[in-house]
Design a protein around this ligand. Structure first.
Ligand SMILES: Cc1cc2nc3c(=O)[nH]c(=O)nc-3n(C[C@H](O)[C@H](O)[C@H](O)COP(=O)(O)O)c2cc1C
Length: 168
């Protein structure tokens, strides 16, 4: 049914728009961040979220030994930052290029210009295929830029939201 590269599956999933986050952690080398759109809310009581992290990422290694992670939800005007945190270039430290501060709750990096932030304690890791689902309980939630439009990722491009036509 699927070709070797999973192209048909990818084609379909490109039509499912998501928000965009930067997941931040603190590893042995200091602050780390990775752009991720495989992120969702799971439950309200307790407030629970899930992110899918590829096993080949640096973030994946860090998440094996930390007790928490921070989710920075991006605004539509942060496309450069989204690309910066998707590069994983050991020669380039993104935290020297963007404003951030340590979270008062976890110490993980909070990107100053992100739209909203969730600090999470890591509740469970579940290995599925070549990803690990990291499930976290949100311990703190802040909206930093209430006026900003969220970033949307759809059909391989960064977009923002427009209102759907109202019925009738
Ligand atoms: C829009 C976008 C969304 C992404 N979403 C994910 C994701 O949900 N999970 C994942 O493992 N990688 C995702 N990536 C790829 C990682 O950001 C990329 O592999 C990054 O270099 C990993 O960083 P690290 O190795 O420094 O942790 C995404 C990339 C982009 C551009």
């Amino acid at each position: 049914m699927w070709n070797a590269s999973g192209e048909g599956f990818r084609d379909v999933m490109r039509h499912f728009p998501t928000g965009v986050t930067v997941l931040t952690t603190t590893g042995p080398a200091g602050p780390h961040g990775m752009t991720a759109n495989a992120f969702m809310s799971v439950s309200l009581h307790p407030p629970t979220v899930l992110a899918a992290v590829h096993r080949d990422t640096v973030t994946h290694g860090i998440l094996q030994s930390v007790t928490g992670f921070t989710v920075n939800i991006l605004a539509a005007d942060q496309t450069e930052l989204a690309l910066l945190f998707a590069r994983s270039d050991p020669e380039e430290d993104p935290f020297l290029q963007v404003p951030w501060r340590p979270s008062p709750v976890t110490g993980n990096p909070v990107l100053t210009q992100s739209l909203a932030v969730l600090d999470c304690s890591l509740r469970q890791r579940v290995t599925v295929a070549d990803h690990t689902l990291v499930i976290g309980t949100a311990t703190d939630a802040r909206i930093q830029r209430p006026e900003a439009d969220p970033m949307v990722f759809s059909r391989r491009t960064f977009q923002t939201v427009t209102k759907a036509p109202s019925p009738g």
